[in-house]
Design a protein around this ligand. Structure first.
Ligand code: SP5
Ligand code: ZN
Length: 351
């Protein structure tokens, strides 16, 4: 399989994130990318190349998974942050006030003029720093996802979008969880646009894919499935329960498989088999796998206990679904092992 990589990922390098009242060092660091790249050099899977996607194509696909207002917000965010106070160039932007939905919903028609306040209308946590280069890095990353999906639509068995920041927590009009633009949604929508009638997204990151779920929640043409830590105890907490099954025309086309903190490989792979049954039953024409490696036993912020060798088995099992498959790089914060674990999964799929 080809790997489409984002050379501009480095433009997004955040300093600190808010965690329970403290500022702590960011988990989502540029070195994560380097470890995957290094392992791909050691165990090549195919060509490693930059995407060639025109701005027009990219704008169109982004507009089909995110709102125009959100995209405009993201594009201008850093300039607005610095305009508030020139000293802000030294600090990453984080929201600290949010609209509180009540029984009448909340007002989205009149947003605050103050940028720091307005950020809260487009974010769901304070752990996702927005930096000077976040927009450009995320945009170039979306191009990788689009190129990978185009390659698969053109007949490739599989392709890998290697980029950061990750994407699966980014929704139609919100960022959070280290994610700004939803790469997996971009890949799924690209496959739809290329004529694949039913696309399945099978998210194997430790955290529920709340962004992807929200983007496709009312659509029957994209089945979204996520295997993740139970939101009762695990991030992102407010979405990811088993009774979220889609709505309207999308009812029945979202499947959440939450597992308790501490879950090991045997129950995890049973959930994967359940997910693959659903993909099969849906008669998907293509598969998108938001590939998080934070299910690893050594992950510093997660709670499953998968071992490096298990990722090879997961890759093989995904290959058994016998579908054209796009992989996007999501979480995984045991930095030294993230490359081995990612390439184990991809090589397990390919070999
Ligand atoms: C893409 C992805 O995997 N996003 C995950 C975002 C998780 N954000 C919450 C992180 C909580 C950090 N906890 C620090 C614990 C230090 N002991
Ligand atoms: Zn994650």
């Amino acid at each position: 399989m080809k790997t489409f990589y984002n050379p501009d990922h480095i433009l997004h390098a955040a300093r600190q994130e808010m965690f329970r009242g403290r500022m702590v060092a960011c988990h989502e660091v540029p070195a994560r990318f380097d470890f995957v790249m290094r392992e791909l050099e050691r165990r090549p899977l195919g060509k490693v190349l930059q995407p060639s996607i025109s701005d027009i194509e990219l704008d169109a696909i982004l507009a089909s998974v995110h709102s125009e207002r959100y995209l405009n917000f993201l594009e201008g965010a850093w300039a607005e942050w610095v305009a508030m106070d020139p000293a802000n160039v030294e600090r990453d932007a984080l929201p600290s006030v949010w609209p509180m939905p009540n029984r009448h919903g909340f007002r989205t028609d009149r947003l605050p003029e103050n940028f720091a306040a307005r950020m809260g209308a487009f974010a769901f946590d304070s752990g996702c720093p927005l930096t000077a280069g976040s927009w450009t890095a995320a945009r170039k990353g979306a191009a990788c996802a689009m190129a990978a999906a185009q390659d698969v639509a053109a007949g490739a068995r599989s392709a890998f979008a290697l980029t950061r920041p990750p994407g699966h927590h980014a929704g139609p009009d919100f960022f959070g969880g280290y994610c700004f633009l939803n790469n997996a949604a971009v890949a799924a929508q690209t496959l739809r646009d290329k004529g694949v009638e039913r696309v399945a997204v099978l998210d194997v990151d430790y955290h529920h894919g709340n962004g992807t779920q929200t983007i496709f929640y009312e659509r029957p043409d994209v089945l979204t499935i996520s295997i993740h830590g139970d939101p009762l105890t695990e991030y992102p907490y407010y979405l990811g329960h088993a009774d979220e099954r889609g709505a309207g025309a999308g009812e029945g086309f979202n499947l959440n498989l939450p597992l308790a903190h501490g879950t090991g490989f045997m129950p995890w792979i049973r959930a994967l088999d359940q997910a693959l049954d659903a993909v099969h039953h849906y008669k998907a024409g293509a598969l998108v796998v938001p590939m998080g490696l934070d299910t690893f036993e050594g992950d510093p912020i997660s709670g499953f206990t998968l071992k490096s060798g298990d990722y090879t088995t997961i890759g093989r099992r995904l290959a058994d679904a016998d579908l054209p498959t796009v992989f996007t790089f999501e979480g995984g914060y045991a930095v030294d092992e993230v490359g081995v674990n990612a390439v184990n999964l991809l090589a397990g799929f390919q070999n």
